[in-house]
Ligand binder design. Structure first.
Ligand code: CP
Length: 309
């Protein structure tokens, strides 16, 4: 039987993305569904999370399922005794119908999916990918603009270590005529694999250090302290961009400011009441998108591309 793992955005095509967004919209509009009535979902988190873990757990409850959870698996699972990730996943698969995992190591999601006997969802792995974040980002953009094409999307901040940015670029580059602006300090530029992917697929992009006011979406990211072994280097880039109301107001009237959250200081609190601020709506949308995803992973005929190991 086919097992629907969700590990990276390359597994999705535009039809599948739109199917998921349409279902997310129905959940947002109040669709009631008990598709998880007989199911237990495990949320296995080796890294801190507020939104991803709690919105998945809320989604499970909304779909009448139950969840088991470890929020600090590094300390509170047998990883602390030296158990391998593969052994942990094999064992947990015997207790639940699906696993949602966050891990600090890039590639951990693929390793886990490879041995998982139940559907596995990547809730973020190292600096790799965070596909469910990209899907909720896309839902937020689609809700605002009614389309996922012909958009100027600017990514700002730590583009080197940001897994949400990587997944969203993969997602949006599947739709026609999107153009990307990558704005970062030189030290935190987007990694070459993504730039090469865009070149291969003839997607227009440019890199720079200054915020460009001509964009439809300003997607701001945190400089991730945990990714800098040398505090001096972190200090040299911390606070490199701070979006305040003068900057937000200088964007086109229709533009939106997004952020996967958590934020530190890269969006001033004063922007929260600005009509362009969409980051809290974005976080709330995570619930509906994750409900849709949890429903679809249990569909035998869901068209997600299987992972090739
Ligand atoms: N955006 C996001 O992944 O948030 P959490 O780290 O709180 O899950």
């Amino acid at each position: 039987m086919k097992i629907n793992h969700v590990v990276e955005m390359q597994q999705f095509d535009t039809t599948l993305i739109m199917e998921l967004l349409q279902l997310s919209k129905k959940f947002k509009e109040g669709l009631v569904d008990d598709c998880l009535l007989d199911k237990i979902i495990c949320t296995l988190f080796y890294q801190p999370s507020s939104r991803t873990r709690l919105s998945f757990e809320a989604a499970v409850l909304k779909l009448h399922g139950q969840y088991i959870s470890t929020e600090n698996a590094k300390e509170f699972s047998s990883a602390a005794k030296g158990e391998t990730l593969e052994d942990t996943i094999r064992v947990i698969g015997g207790y639940c119908g699906a696993i949602v995992m966050r891990h600090d190591e890039t590639g951990a999601a693929r390793r886990a999916a490879k041995v998982s006997s139940v559907p596995f969802i990547n809730g973020g792995d190292g600096i790799g990918q965070h596909p469910t974040q990209a899907l909720l980002d896309a839902f937020t953009i689609w809700e605002k603009f009614g389309q996922l094409c012909n958009l100027n999307v600017q990514f700002v901040g730590d583009l080197q270590n940001g897994r949400t940015v990587r997944s969203l670029v993969y997602l949006l580059s599947k739709f026609p005529n999107n153009r990307f602006i990558f704005t970062s300090p030189d030290l935190l530029r987007m990694r070459p694999d993504i730039l090469e992917y865009l070149q291969r697929h003839n997607v227009v992009f440019r890199e720079g250090n200054e915020i460009d006011r001509r964009c439809d979406v300003l997607y701001v990211t945190r400089v991730q302290k945990e990714c800098f072994p040398d505090p001096a280097i972190y200090d040299s880039v911390f606070g490199c961009y701070v979006i305040d109301n003068p900057i937000a107001d200088s964007l086109p009237e229709h533009a939106i400011v997004m952020h996967p959250l958590p934020r530190v200081n890269e969006i001033a609190v004063e922007v929260d009441d600005n009509p362009r601020a969409f980051y809290f709506k974005q976080a709330k949308n995570g619930l509906f998108v994750r409900m849709a995803l949890l429903k679809l992973i249990f569909s035998d005929n869901w068209g997600i591309r299987p992972l090739v190991f």
